[in-house]
Design a protein around this ligand. Structure first.
Ligand code: BMA
Length: 307
């Protein structure tokens, strides 16, 4: 379903212009001039994360990495960012002519969801916490639905964690909370804990969602990816869900690192053909890799694989 790029990993800590521990879980977008921008989660050598932009003409190599951190935690004005900012998901919002960056703010009480708006990935308007801890794995849909903005997120109701969707008239006040997708139970690859991976892909058949599932065993966790399709007008309505996972750790750079056996995409770009999906994923919480898929193939697979 997804073909790994031969040049993987495409970005590592060794390429960074300043000393860092790891580079992973990047949000992605295509800028107006066709440049691929990755907003990378960078973990420093204290263990705290900030975001750093890397730009490339072909989305594969020749990355121009910002010389200094692009967006740093600002705990004086935003106490929720005390222990760093992580895992950004980027959505271009035509109505605002801005990019919405939805990210994890590592608060004293655990991870919460925060949002910032930008036009240039150089300055950022922070909206602060939009979902209280413990919550993460969130992304904004690109346009309003019935007059309201929609946010997919993943609150934790221990011991399980499911995907939810919430609505807002103004990007600040959120309500209309609805369960979107439940973690399965028992031995399944996506038992107990799931979450949105990149922002959903809008297709004529529905919102195509690539989500991660976490299988826990006495050997640790394995993060894999699955597919589900949701109604365009009522995105909490599940249309199809694949039974099997479609991508999981297989290469050494995915199996070994700070957190082994993790593939974790936070962003994708769409090719000029409108079908090719370039998925940028953190591998083993250590480096960034690229895999390519096809919207048509994913939808066809759901037709065959859905339960
Ligand atoms: C998740 C997130 C990701 C991370 C993954 C594996 O809960 O925190 O940032 O990549 O765990 O450690």
């Amino acid at each position: 379903m997804f073909r790994r790029h031969a040049q993987n990993p495409i970005l590592t800590a060794a390429q960074w212009p300043y000393p860092v521990n790891s580079v992973f879980n990047a949000g992605a977008t295509l800028l107006q001039d066709g440049t691929t921008l990755l907003l990378c989660r960078v973990e420093d050598r204290r263990g705290l994360s900030h975001l750093c932009a890397a730009r490339s003409a072909n989305g594969i190599d020749g990355w121009q990495i910002d010389a200094r951190p692009t967006m740093t935690p600002d705990p004086d004005r935003h106490p929720e960012e005390l222990w760093g900012i992580e895992d950004p998901r980027i959505t271009f919002v035509p109505e605002l002519q801005k990019y919405a960056i939805v990210y994890t703010a590592f608060t004293r009480d655990g991870p919460g969801v925060a949002m910032a708006l930008t036009t240039d990935f150089r300055t950022f308007d922070r909206l602060g916490v939009i979902m209280a801890p413990e919550d993460k794995d969130a992304a904004l849909l690109p346009h309003r639905i019935d007059g309201n903005w929609a946010l997919i997120h993943r609150p934790v109701s221990a011991p399980r964690a499911h995907m939810w969707i919430s609505y807002s008239p103004d990007l600040k006040n959120w309500g209309g909370h609805a369960m979107m997708l439940q973690a399965r139970k028992g031995a399944w690859w996506d038992a107990n804990k799931i979450g949105l991976s990149p922002p959903p892909i809008e297709t004529p058949r529905g919102w195509l969602v690539i989500y991660h599932g976490v299988k826990q065993s006495c050997a640790g966790c394995v993060y894999r990816l699955g597919l589900a399709l949701f109604d365009l007008k009522r995105p909490e309505q599940l249309l199809q869900r694949g039974a099997e996972w479609v991508f999981g750790p297989g290469e050494v750079y995915e199996q070994r690192g700070d957190v082994g056996n993790v593939v974790f995409p936070c962003g994708y770009t769409l090719g000029a053909d409108g079908d090719t999906v370039n998925i940028y994923y953190g591998a083993a919480d250590t480096c960034l890799a690229l895999a390519t898929g096809s919207v048509r193939e994913m939808l066809a697979w759901l037709d065959v694989q859905s339960e």
